[in-house]
Design a protein around this ligand. Sequence first.
Ligand SMILES: [Zn+2]
Length: 428
Amino acid sequence: MSKILIRGAKVLGGAPQDVLIDGGTIAEVGEDLSAEGAQVVEADGKVLLPGLVDLHTHLREPGREDSETVLTGTRAAASGGYTAVFAMANTFPVADTAGVVEQVWRLGQEHGYCDVQPIGAVTVGLEGKKLAELGAMHESAAGVTVFSDDGKCVDDAVIMRRALEYVKAFGGVVAQHAQEPRLTEGAQMNEGVVSAELGLGGWPAVAEESIIARDVLLADHVGSRVHICHLSTAGSVEIVRWAKSRGIQVTAEVTPHHLLLTDELVRTYNPVYKVNPPLRTERDVLALREALADGTIDIVATDHAPHPHEDKDCEWAAAAMGMVGLETALSVVQETMVDTGLLDWAGVADRMSFKPARIGQATGHGRPVSAGEPANLTLVDTEYRGQVDPAGFASRSRNTPYQGRELPGRVTHTWLRGKATLVDGKLT
Ligand SMILES: [Zn+2]
């Protein structure tokens, strides 16, 4: 593999520097580095970040290849600046055995657009009744460390306790989709003023918050780690803040769409805004931004949830829940967190690379941009502004809530261990 010199890049948003990649490794970071024998990429003041890591991606393979495959999903990831994604377990069949997680892991290895780390199901078939083979999945070639029934809540407290006890033995983590099932039966959107006006079934904040409260107490009781997926309410933030102040081992994520969009959009009845957990209120959005800035919420995770046209282009009540997110995540974070002054680029690197890699134990990812580290990098033109055009997405699905919306920033280059996966905005 040849040498690449990235010239004049603002590393983590700092002063422009040169970064020399040699093979799969960062060889040198400094001023006026020699370009001898190297292919030169003129960064011209663009921001260089460590490759992004997504702890929450739905790649849909096996079973729903009409929505996404490991190949199309990882191409979408590379387009969005990601070098590693964690693939959720709610596939068909469910990733609840060593065999299925190894299959997903191998597909990721073969395609090579980014590393794919499978997430194992907590319970057999995501049915919430019997613990899946957590140990066998951990010991498989896929080396699973994150377990989740995402899409469904592990609502049985005894099962949750056993899962926390089990993963503690090998330092794993349970990622909870916090949704009390009885409180959300028939729910179509956030419960509040808008749901009352529209007459749609409401999804109360307490359905999320009550599970988070229970699970941080369980994690404390067991002395294990729990991760809370897609926080969406101000109350959830308060519970996580309290738990962290008590030293409980809890981490939390927020999605880009919960940092930007509110339930007012449901008035359009456009199912592109239908998502689980639902879009909440302005007050919640502001609380989530503040919590991401102050570290109460550890990371941004996309919850990239591709659906084919026919599952979204129908009446609100019948539409599938979820949005694609890999190709717009960084732009939404720039809009909501950087351009608002809440986070600088070093903070973005922390929330979208360093910390998610640490929570998921993604070896070689989320590392500093310095000599000797793996060359997992992404280059961002932060001055760019443009309208989102889903026709250009690498994802197989188009269910973005941002179609036609102007967003800042564009990923121009991504390198996975020194190999370019995206050059000048085009996949290799
Ligand atoms: Zn979920």
